[in-house]
Design a protein around this ligand. Structure first.
Ligand SMILES: [Zn+2]
Ligand SMILES: [Zn+2]
Length: 401
């Protein structure tokens, strides 16, 4: 009796000691990341004009953290924003000449916590997804926060970094806690920037029903999302996974990411190829990532009756579609925006388990001072660039706690 009380006292003291040492560790960690008053940030001037400036380092609010950005990938959408403004909108206006920092596919290290944040710690390595929904509209409540009905309204809590709020071509950014996933220690910064791309592919497979194992999946278009789509579909057990495209080099990367068959559409008609590979049965799902004008009509002829098509890309102009064929064959067509329903978390889990080698699509790296060159490489596909990464920090500050 007496002994057990003594043990309890000792245990109690140990708990107090542990809490004190945890607090001490937290302070130590916070001290490891001195935060300057200002930071380097690229901002959008006129269309096609990017300028490197100094901005104040922002302060995290409740449910937010300050992220020191370590690396960021260039996305085709960044190039769209530079040229046309849309889909970026800042306070309801085009994003030009508003001191707006683009860039959305980044990863980094948490260096400061906003009030109430206990979901993450200072020193955590994280990758981001783009959209922090408002959390109060119908779509957000359904998990479709990339389709938030309060899109662009900061006062209602919505953020989409690199689209409506400042993004990642800078040294620091603010992130809502709902927009981050942990990055494992053995994943490089460069690979971690690809988590959000895989998340988009995952979301496409999710909206089509998500029952992938044993089903045929065609991915059309070997861009970053298409190639990650191959990796995710294969990791989820799809059979066969067929990738179509025109660039043989990219198709070969697709094979290494898990495609069972690749079809070079400049050599073989893709619909006939899918028929040949599936012995006339067709597939259950098509993930359309090419944006080719006839892609939907072709996809409709690749799926079997009742099959499902997800459009993750689109042509620049309106295109004719054989609607009668879709209706007669009970074919479902979905469009997705971004990476809703926590798809990024599922994609990150597959990457952490090394279920596919996302690194294969990373081709070039530039420092922060050379963002315009990085964008030029991605835009003009110089040296067959697929994913171009801007590396803002070296790995020497790498944390393994
Ligand atoms: Zn993107
Ligand atoms: Zn919302």
């Amino acid at each position: 009796m007496c002994g057990s009380t003594a043990n309890q006292v000792v245990a109690g003291r140990q708990a107090v000691d542990r809490t004190a040492s945890e607090l001490f560790m937290k302070e130590q960690r916070a001290n490891e990341y001195p935060i300057p008053k200002t930071m380097k940030a690229w901002v959008l001037g006129k269309p096609e004009e990017l300028m490197l400036t100094e901005k104040p380092v922002p302060e995290p609010d409740a449910a937010e953290v300050l992220v020191r950005i370590d690396a960021i990938a260039v996305c085709a959408t960044d190039i769209e924003i530079l040229k046309h403004g849309l889909p970026a909108i800042v306070d309801g206006e085009p994003p030009f000449d508003r001191n707006f920092t683009p860039g959305h596919e980044y990863m980094g290290t948490i260096v400061r916590l906003g009030p109430t944040v206990d979901e993450f710690e200072v020193g955590d390595r994280i990758a981001v997804e783009v959209h922090a929904g408002c959390g109060r509209c119908q779509r957000c409540r359904e998990g479709m926060y990339t389709s938030c009905l309060n899109y662009g309204y900061r006062s209602k809590g919505h953020r989409a970094n690199g689209f409506t709020t400042d993004g990642g071509f800078a040294e620091y950014a603010i992130n809502n806690i709902n927009t981050m996933v942990h990055v494992p220690d053995d994943m490089t910064d460069e690979e971690a920037t690809l988590i959000v791309t895989s998340g988009t592919a995952m979301y496409g497979l999710d909206v089509m029903g998500g029952i992938i194992a044993g089903e045929g999946v065609v991915v059309t278009g070997p861009g970053p999302i298409g190639l990650m789509g191959v990796g995710v579909a294969k990791a989820l057990g799809a059979q066969p996974v067929i990738l179509t495209g025109t660039r043989q080099h990219r198709l070969e990367i697709g094979r290494r990411l898990g495609a069972d068959e690749v079809v070079n559409v400049s050599r073989e008609d893709p619909v006939a190829a899918v028929e040949r590979i599936t012995r006339g049965n067709g597939v259950q799902y098509v993930l359309e990532c090419s944006g080719a004008p006839n892609a939907l009509n072709e996809a409709a002829r690749m799926v079997n009756r009742g099959g499902r098509i997800c459009l993750a890309a689109f042509p620049a102009e309106p295109v004719p579609v054989d609607l009668a064929y879709l209706v007669r064959n009970n074919i479902y067509v979905f469009g997705i925006r971004g990476e809703g329903k926590s798809a990024t978390h599922r994609a990150a889990a597959l990457m952490a388990q090394k279920r596919f080698d996302a690194k294969l699509i990373h081709t070039h790296t530039f420092p922060l001072a050379e963002v315009p060159t990085a964008i030029k490489y991605a835009r003009e596909r110089i040296e067959d660039a697929i994913k171009v990464v801007v590396k803002i920090r070296d790995n020497e500050a790498h944390h393994s706690m």
